[in-house]
Each structure stands twice: as C-alpha cells, then as structure tokens.
Write a protein that binds this ligand. Structure first.
Ligand code: GLN
Length: 468
C-alpha cells in the first residue's frame, strides 16, 4: 500500500531505501490488486511509468514520485477520455501544462483516474467506465467528479493525484474519502490541456493525503503559462512557507447561511469541532453573511451548462470524437454520434445550456445568472473586509450510498451549495478531513482570498494538526 505522504516517500527515495523503479512496481502491484474492486483507474501504463522511473532525478522536488492524473487532463501518448465513450480512442498528443510541470519536477504520471463523464457529476457514477467505490466508506460513492483521483489516494493506490474542480469536484470527493483537496485561485494553475467543461470555472488542483503535500504540489503546478490566456501573471511561490506558524489572531468568518438545518448532524458536529480547534489556537471566529448563498446553485448550473454546451459542441464526430456508423448524411452523423457518444447527464447539461443561451431566454437565464455571479463575488469581497478566511461545510452530508436512485438530479445539484461559491468567485478553497469515530469521512472547507493560498494552507495545516 502506498500510504504515507510525498515527504515520507521522498525521504525513502533520497536515503536509497527504495528506488523510483521499485516504487512504480509497488504501485502497479497495488493497482492490479485493488482496481478490480475500487475502479479508481480507467487504465495505467506500467511500462511508461517504469521508463520514467529509470530516468527519474531524485534531486528534483518531486523526483521519483508517481502522481495519478484525472482522465480529463492530457497526458502525452496516453488515452485522455474524460471517462466518455465520446473520447474512447483519443490518445493525447501532448501534455497539459500541469502534467509537463510535474514531469519537469521529477514526478512520474501514473494512471488515468476515473471520473464523472466530462467532470459532470458528484458521485463518480456518470463514468462510461463504471462507477468508483469509496475505499473509506464501502458501499458509498467516493464523491465526484474527481472520483478516481480521490479514491486512488484514499485506497493507497496513489501517493497523490491531480483533479479538476468546476463546482467542487476536488474538494467534495476529498471530503467524502477523508483526504485533502485544494482548488486554487482561478488562474493560478494553467488550464492548458485540461479538457474544458466550463472554462470560466474550471481549475486543476491537488488531491493529497495531507495539507503539506497539497502545498508541495502547488509549488510545482503554479505559475503563468502563455498557452492559457486566463493564466494569472504570477510568479511561482513556496506555498509551504507559512506552514507550522501560529494562527493566533486570524479572523475566520462563519457564514450564517452555512449553518443550515439541511446539514446532517455529523456535518454540523464536524464544523463545531473545527470551530473549537481554531478557537483553541487563538483564531477568532466571526459570524458573517453571504446573502446570495441561496442563488448560487441556480446561477452555477446555468453558467456551467451554458459553457459546457459551447465547449462540447466540438465533439461532433467530424472534428473530434466518436463517430457513429451507418449514418445518412451530415445531420444524421452529428446527431447519432452525439446521441451514442455522450451519456445521459452530459446530454442533460448540453440541452439545458443550449436552452439558456437561446434567443428569447438568454436574458432571463444566462444574463441573469451572470448578474448573480457578480453579486456572489461582491458578497465575498465584503466578507473579506471583516475576516481573513471563511469556514464552512464541504457538503451538507457525508458520502451518499452508491446507486441511490431516490435523489433527483436537482437534489444532487443542490448538494453542491457550499463548493460552488468559490468557483463563481474564483477563490481558493481547501477541504480538510475531520476524523470521525467510525463514521463516514467528513471534511470542512476553508476559503481564502484570491491568490492567498500560502495563508490558506497555513490555517489548513494548523487545523489538520489540531485534529490529529
Ligand atoms: N458536481 C458539480 C457538477 O456536477 C461539480 C463538477 C465539477 O466540479 N467538475 O457540475
């Protein structure tokens, strides 16, 4: 099993206790043993990883460390399917910038992590390659859409992983699997080579066993990239620099809208415990208000679906993607290829997105949702005049049971209420596990100001160690 942090394995590699080749061999063995039940990986290429391991330079910051990569992040020479039939035979001809940076830091990409198709979902069940099991809560979903990334880390099938977060897809599966997930500030990590779902919301980020691993990965992943026009013109930083420092005097906002009676008792208890620990460490908890919280889910699903309908129009069977057989003319080819290539949830989103952008409805839905988005961003700007960070739940409940057909899509969407705001406002957010006595894993979320990841990681690390 590959439990143990990046630092743990780096120490073993540096002392010669294990070689990068042995580490990859161990990983391949664990994947072979566990994947039939967990289904965290759609595929992996042991030979390519062994070749990289043979050349790994362990003097580099991530030298010799294998990292699992979500199936929507391009990995050169490997399938990048977004867990969709639509891209079933697509082999990426290039590396995403995030992957190229990991490689340049000595890391070894390993495995294509399962996910909800095109990152649309919250349970990992919308994959064309089968659902993923939650290794920390058998019979339950691992959350989504970065279901495989989180499950791989929680199962000891990866030391760390990359996920993507459009409305919570890093933080929510991390919370449901009992590990750490960081969504950086929008623009912090290049999106070049991330297959777009909703471009104004998508961010790549790390899913790790602890907070300091998230900081270590962010050190490598961040930095301006000319290939992504939304990449922020920011230098790289050392995000571990504040970890271990006191958080006494930090002001942490608790939005009154997040103390909803819709939260499960376990989620409320986890939040209370985090509040107690933060207070013990000298932080000041301040009640704040985010008045537009009840509108975030509607605004997100309008904006995300609108952008998805546009982004996914390229998958037409001609320019990109699966092409249906036995078609009769161009329109028939488009319609059969898209009907057969996309799963039900992706089609639902494309239909919703096309509707809200269509003439006659645009102002009532899309334009209005953009106004709500601006109000949500203003709520945070106002809150951050009073506090340095915001604390809240990650999700209203712990991981739901697998194959729970009792919930309508709308009920599933509503459970994204606490993660969506950070995407709408472009803020960094981190999910930190709160240890449970035998119960299902539950995380709490800390949000920070734009580009304040180093401070956010400081508070997250302090909370993590106080809970240990
Ligand atoms: N659950 C959300 C959705 O289905 C978030 C997805 C994501 O962050 N990729 O849209």
């Amino acid at each position: 099993m590959l439990y143990g942090s990046i630092s743990h394995w780096r120490n073993k590699l540096k002392s010669g206790e294990i070689t990068p080749t042995e580490l990859v061999q161990e990983l391949a063995k664990v994947a072979t043993d566990k994947n039939p039940s967990v289904n965290a990986y759609i595929s992996w290429n042991t030979e390519a990883a062994l070749q990289a391991a043979a050349k790994a330079d362990i003097s580099l910051p991530l030298g010799g460390i294998p990292i699992a990569i979500k199936d929507n992040i391009c990995l050169q020479g490997e399938p990048t399917r977004c867990a969709s039939q639509m891209l079933h035979n697509f082999i990426s001809p290039y590396d995403a910038t995030a992957v190229a940076r990991l490689k340049a830091a000595g890391a070894i990409p390993f495995g294509r992590a399962n996910m909800d198709e095109f990152a649309m979902g919250s349970a990992g069940e919308n994959s064309a390659f089968g659902h993923t099991e939650n290794p920390s809560a058998p019979g339950h979903t691992p959350g989504g859409s970065s279901s495989g990334s989180a499950a791989a880390v929680a199962a000891g099938m990866a030391i760390a992983a990359l996920g993507s977060d459009t409305g919570g897809s890093i933080r929510q599966p991390a919370s449901h699997c009992g590990i750490v997930g960081l969504k950086p500030t929008y623009g912090r990590i290049s999106r070049y080579g991330l297959v777009a779902f909703a471009s104004s919301l998508d961010q790549i980020g790390p899913i790790t066993q602890n907070v300091s691993d998230a900081a270590l990965l962010l050190n490598t992943l961040c930095g301006h990239d000319a290939k992504d026009s939304t990449s922020a013109p920011r230098d790289t930083e050392d995000f571990t620099r504040n970890i271990g420092q006191s958080i006494a005097g930090k002001r942490i906002g608790l939005p009154k809208e997040y103390l909803s009676s819709g939260n499960s008792p376990e989620v409320t208890a986890a939040l209370q415990l985090a509040i107690a620990k933060l207070t013990d460490m000298g932080a000041e908890i301040v009640e704040i208000s985010l008045p537009h919280s009840e509108a975030v889910v509607s605004a997100y699903y309008i904006i995300a679906c609108a952008e998805a309908s546009s982004n996914l129009s390229r998958f037409d069977g001609i320019r990109y993607g699966y092409r249906a057989d036995n078609t009769n003319g161009l329109d028939d080819l488009y319609s059969k290829s898209r009907a057969q290539g996309f799963g039900a949830e992706v089609k639902r989103r494309i239909i919703l997105g096309t509707y809200v952008l269509s003439s006659g409805f645009y102002d009532a839905y899309y334009a209005k949702a953009q106004k709500v988005r601006a109000l949500v961003a203003k709520d945070f700007a106002d809150a951050f005049t009073q506090v340095d960070f915001i604390l809240g739940p990650v999700a209203p409940t712990a991981a739901p049971k697998l194959h729970n057909t009792a919930q309508s899509p709308l009920q599933v969407y509503l459970a994204d209420i606490y993660t969506i705001p950070a995407n709408l406002a472009g803020l960094p957010g981190i999910s930190i596990p709160v240890p449970q006595n035998g119960g299902l894993p539950i995380g709490v979320q800390l949000l920070g100001q734009h580009f304040a990841e180093a401070d956010l990681l400081q508070v997250a690390a302090a909370l993590e160690s106080s809970l240990a």
